[in-house]
Design a protein around this ligand. Structure first.
Ligand SMILES: C[C@@H](O)C(=O)SC[C@H](NC(=O)CC[C@H](N)C(=O)O)C(=O)NCC(=O)O
Ligand SMILES: [Zn+2]
Length: 189
């Protein structure tokens, strides 16, 4: 089965950001211990802590981490609600993905630092991309994808949807994003 095919010609994709300055800024999710996650993401994934904010009157803190400044890079925004130490992640969230030139080496580095590798490196089922999965301290999954070095290593958020075409229509029409890569194998069943 084909791994996937570009849905939009790459020349158009390359030209598009020069005209349309909108972009994904961040994904926000809740964690049970901000410092524990910051330590894991900086030491195991190589992210940098970009900024923190604390809102005591609302009883929550945020931390922003990524592989570059927010002005030019997609980042994760962690939210810690005072006193809440764990969350039910549910089944809709799939994974974040980090691109790296050597998944095997990154997995060994993470394992040596005590990281939880939940899927060993190797070609993705039904395709050829080399991937691995790592579970973070709250249970969120990060996929490591082997790719040539890229200015944007934090390259994907996988969410499970109930109707792929319905979501594509919504994202194209309402959010005005474009399909950058149409996978031939379907969303989860
Ligand atoms: C394209 C790459 O970024 C992927 O994430 S494909 C990874 C692949 N995904 C699925 O199988 C999705 C369906 C699944 N039922 C789900 O709901 O997660 C995957 O996880 N493959 C497993 C493997 O070991 O290769
Ligand atoms: Zn993925």
């Amino acid at each position: 089965m084909a791994e996937g095919s570009a849905a939009v010609p790459s020349t158009e994709l390359l030209e598009w950001p020069k005209k349309d300055k909108r972009r994904f800024l961040h994904a926000v999710y809740r964690v049970g211990d901000l410092d524990r996650t910051i330590k894991f993401y900086t030491e195991c994934f190589g992210m940098k802590l970009l900024r923190k904010r604390d809102i005591p009157e609302e009883k929550y803190s945020n931390a922003f981490l990524g592989f570059g400044p927010e002005e030019s890079h997609f980042v994760v925004e962690l939210t810690y609600n005072y006193g809440v130490t764990s969350y039910d992640i549910g089944t809709g969230f799939g994974h974040f993905a980090i691109a790296t030139p050597d998944v095997y080496k990154m997995v060994e580095d993470i394992r040596a630092k005590g990281g939880n590798i939940t899927r060993e490196p190797g070609p993705v089922k039904g395709g050829s991309s080399v991937i691995a999965f790592v579970k973070d301290p709250d249970g969120y999954i990060f996929e490591l994808i082997q790719r040539a070095s890229t200015p944007e290593p934090l390259c994907q958020v996988m969410l499970r949807v109930g109707d792929l075409d319905r979501s594509v229509k919504f994202y194209e029409k309402v959010v005005q994003s474009k399909i950058t890569f149409f996978l031939d194998f379907c969303f989860s069943n």
